[in-house]
Design a protein around this ligand. Structure first.
Ligand SMILES: Cc1cc2nc3c(=O)[nH]c(=O)nc-3n(C[C@H](O)[C@H](O)[C@H](O)COP(=O)(O)OP(=O)(O)OC[C@H]3O[C@@H](n4cnc5c(N)ncnc54)[C@H](O)[C@@H]3O)c2cc1C
Length: 509
C-alpha cells in the first residue's frame, strides 16, 4: 500500500459515497487470499461477488512484471511441492493442469515447465559459489557432523505427531497439533532453540537466520522457534518426477498463480478501489471504497463480506471492531521489504565455483540474493535477463525499517544494490539497463515469539460475525502462498454456509 493511501486511511477523510452497487459477496483485497476466496465461490456456483483491490492490479505480494524479454516477480517467487494437507493447493494445481493425475496422490507428477530447473540454488561464500543452500566447503568435521544431526532432526520433525495425533508442523499451520509440549516452542526464539539443542555451528546459525529472513522477513533471534522449525519441517511434499526439495516456479515467480486466480475472478475485480469504511447494517454489510482516479466513493451493499486485506488495516476501516480483536491484528508487527528488478543486457561475469542457479544466495550480505527470471526458460537461449533482488529490513525494529525504506532515496537504494551485487558479478553495473525498486512497508506479519500460539492470533483466526469473515495470511501469523490460499478458501466456505449454497469442501479431508 502506498504511504499516501495509508495516511488517508488513518485520517479517514474521504468523499461521501454517491453510487450504491449491490452484490452477494464483497471481497476486500485482491491478493492470493482474496482471489482464492473468489475461486472457491466461483467453483461452488456463487458468481455474484466483487473483489475490491486498492492497487491498479490484483495479486498483492504475488504480483509480477513483464519486460519485453521475460516476466519477473515483484514478491513471492516459489511454491514448495504441496504437502498432503495442502488439499486446496493440490486442487488448484490440478485445475490448472500443473498437478497431473490424482490430486491427492502421495507423489503426484507435476508439469515439468513449473518444476524449478536445475541447479535450483547456490550460495556465495568466501569468494566462491557453492551448489545448494547449506555451506559445506572448508568446514571442520565437527561442523559437518552438526549439519548432519540438524538435518536428521528436521527429517524426524517432518513426521512428528503430537499427542492429538496431528502432524506437529502441518502446512497450512491451522492443521498442526495442539499438543502443548510442542506449542511451547512458540515461547522461545529459534536462535535459543538451536543453542538449547547444542547446535552451535556458524553455518547452521546462518541457515536458520537466512530461512527466517527469507520466509518471515525477520531475524532468527526474533522469530518464534515454532515458526523457525515449521519452515524446515512442514515441507513434506513429494513428486513422482522431482526431488522432494524441488519447488514450483515460473519466470514471474508466483505471479502465474495470481494471474490464474485473477482469470477465474474474471471481470468481477474492481481495481483502484480503496476500501475505507465497513459497517454492518440490518439489510447487509456496507463497504465504502474510494476511487482515487475519479475522487469519488462508491458504496457496495453486500450480504456477506470477506476481509482479505492485511488485518491491521481492518482496525482503521471498521469503527465497530471488537477491542479484543484490535490487539490481535497488531501483534508481532509487519516486516518491511525491499525488492528490486534489474534488467540486464547480458548475463554478467561469474566468480569461481558453482554454475548460475535460479536462486542465488549471498552468505554475508545485507540482501538475501537474487532469483533469475530466465532460468526457467531452459529451451530458449536469451541474451539478456532480469534479476530479482530481495532484502528484508530485519535488522531494525519494523517502524525504523519502514522509515529507512521510505526515506532513503531510490538512487541510494539502487547504488547500494549494485555495489552489493558487484561483489559477485563485477561487470553488473555496465550491463544494467533498468533498475526498478519496490518498497513494501508492511509486507508480511512477523511470527515473533509468542505471536502464533499465545491466544491473540487464534482469536483473530476464529473470529466470525454475522456478515463479516476474515481471510488473509495474517490469520496464520506468517505469510506464504499455502496460508493465504487456505485462509481465503476457508472464508469462502463459511460464506457459502451462510448463503445456504451447497459445496464440497476443498480443505476438509
Ligand atoms: C518480498 C516477498 C517475497 C515473498 N516470497 C514468497 C514466496 O516465494 N513464496 C510464498 O509462498 N510466499 C511468498 N511471500 C508471501 C506472500 O505474502 C504470500 O504468498 C501471499 O501472496 C499473501 O497473500 P495475501 O492475500 O494474504 O496478502 P496480500 O498479498 O497482502 O494481499 C492483500 C491485498 O489487499 C489489498 N488491500 C490492502 N488494503 C486495502 C484496502 N483498504 N482496500 C482494498 N484493498 C486493500 C492489498 O493491496 C493487497 O493486494 C512473499 C512476500 C513478500 C513481501
Amino acid at each position: 500500500m502506498s504511504p499516501e493511501f495509508g495516511h488517508r486511511l488513518r485520517e479517514g477523510i474521504f468523499p461521501a459515497p454517491g453510487e450504491i452497487r449491490r452484490t452477494a459477496v464483497a471481497i476486500i483485497g485482491g491478493g492470493v487470499s482474496g482471489l482464492s476466496a473468489a475461486w472457491k465461490l466461483d467453483k461452488a456456483g456463487v458468481g455474484d461477488f466483487l473483489v475490491l483491490e486498492l492497487e491498479r492490479e490484483v495479486g498483492g505480494n504475488s504480483r509480477s512484471g513483464q519486460s519485453p524479454l521475460v516476466a519477473y516477480p515483484w514478491g513471492a517467487h516459489y511454491l514448495p511441492l504441496p504437502t498432503r494437507e495442502s488439499r486446496a493447493v493440490r486442487e488448484l494445481l490440478s485445475d490448472l493442469g500443473v498437478l497431473q493425475g490424482d490430486p491427492l496422490a502421495s507423489r503426484p507428477a507435476y508439469d515439468e515447465r513449473y518444476l524449478c530447473a536445475t541447479p535450483q540454488e547456490r550460495i556465495f561464500r568466501d569468494g566462491l559459489w557453492e551448489e545448494g543452500l547449506l555451506p559445506r566447503l572448508g568446514l571442520s568435521p565437527a561442523e559437518r557432523d552438526q549439519q548432519k544431526r540438524f538435518q536428521a532432526r528436521m527429517e524426524e520433525m517432518k513426521h512428528a505427531r503430537g499427542r492429538d495425533g496431528r502432524r506437529v508442523f502441518a502446512l497450512p499451520m491451522e492443521l498442526s497439533s495442539r499438543d502443548p509440549a510442542w506449542l511451547a516452542l512458540d515461547r522461545i526464539s529459534f536462535q535459543d532453540w538451536l543453542v538449547e539443542n547444542r547446535f552451535t555451528a556458524p553455518s547452521l546459525h546462518w541457515l536458520a537466520h537466512y530461512a527466517c529472513r527469507d520466509d518471515y522477513g525477520t531475524a532468527y533471534d526474533q522469530t518464534s522457534a515454532w515458526a523457525g522449525l515449521h519452515y524446515f519441517a512442514c515441507r513434506s511434499g513429494e513428486a513422482d518426477n522431482a526431488a522432494p526439495d524441488a519447488v514450483l516456479t515460473a519466470p514471474e515467480g508466483n505471479g502465474w498463480l495470481a494471474k490464474a486466480l485473477a482469470r477465474r475472478a474474471g471481470g468481477r475485480a474492481l481495481t483502484g478501489a480503496v476500501v475505507w469504511r465497513l459497517q454492518e447494517a440490518t439489510n447487509g454489510i456496507l463497504v465504502d471504497c474510494w476511487l482515487p482516479g475519479e475522487n469519488r466513493s462508491l458504496r457496495i451493499q453486500a450480504e456477506q463480506a470477506v476481509w482479505a486485506a492485511p488485518a491491521f488495516v481492518l482496525s482503521r476501516v471498521w469503527g465497530a471492531m471488537p477491542a479484543a480483536l484490535r490487539q490481535g491484528v497488531l501483534a508481532g508487527g509487519h516486516a518491511p521489504w525491499l525488492v528490486a528488478n534489474l534488467h540486464l543486457d547480458d548475463f554478467p561475469e561469474e566468480r569461481r565455483g558453482a554454475q548460475p542457479a535460479w536462486d542465488n544466495v549471498l552468505y554475508d550480505s545485507p540482501g538475501l540474493g537474487y532469483v533469475t527470471a530466465t532460468h526457467q526458460l531452459i529451451r530458449r537461449r536469451l541474451k539478456g535477463t532480469v534479476f530479482t533482488y530481495y532484502r528484508a529490513l530485519h535488522d531494525l525494529p519494523p517502524a525504523a525499517g519502514r522509515r529507512l525504506l521510505l526515506e532513503t532515496p531510490r538512487e541510494v537504494w539502487a547504488g547500494n544494490i549494485l555495489a552489493e551485487l558487484e561483489r559477485v558479478h563485477p561487470d553488473i553495473r555496465s550491463l544494467a539497463t533498468r533498475l526498478d525498486v519496490f518498497r513494501n512497508g508492511h509486507a508480511m506479519r512477523r511470527p515473533v515469539p509468542g505471536s502464533l500460539w499465545g491466544g491473540e492470533r487464534e482469536r483473530l483466526a476464529a473470529f466470525r460475525s454475522r456478515r463479516l469473515t476474515l481471510a488473509h495470511a495474517d490469520l496464520s501469523g506468517f505469510s506464504v502462498f499455502e496460508e493465504a490460499q487456505y485462509r481465503g478458501v476457508v472464508a469462502a466456505e463459511r460464506v457459502l454456509e451462510r448463503l445456504g449454497a451447497p459445496f464440497v469442501s476443498s480443505v476438509d479431508g
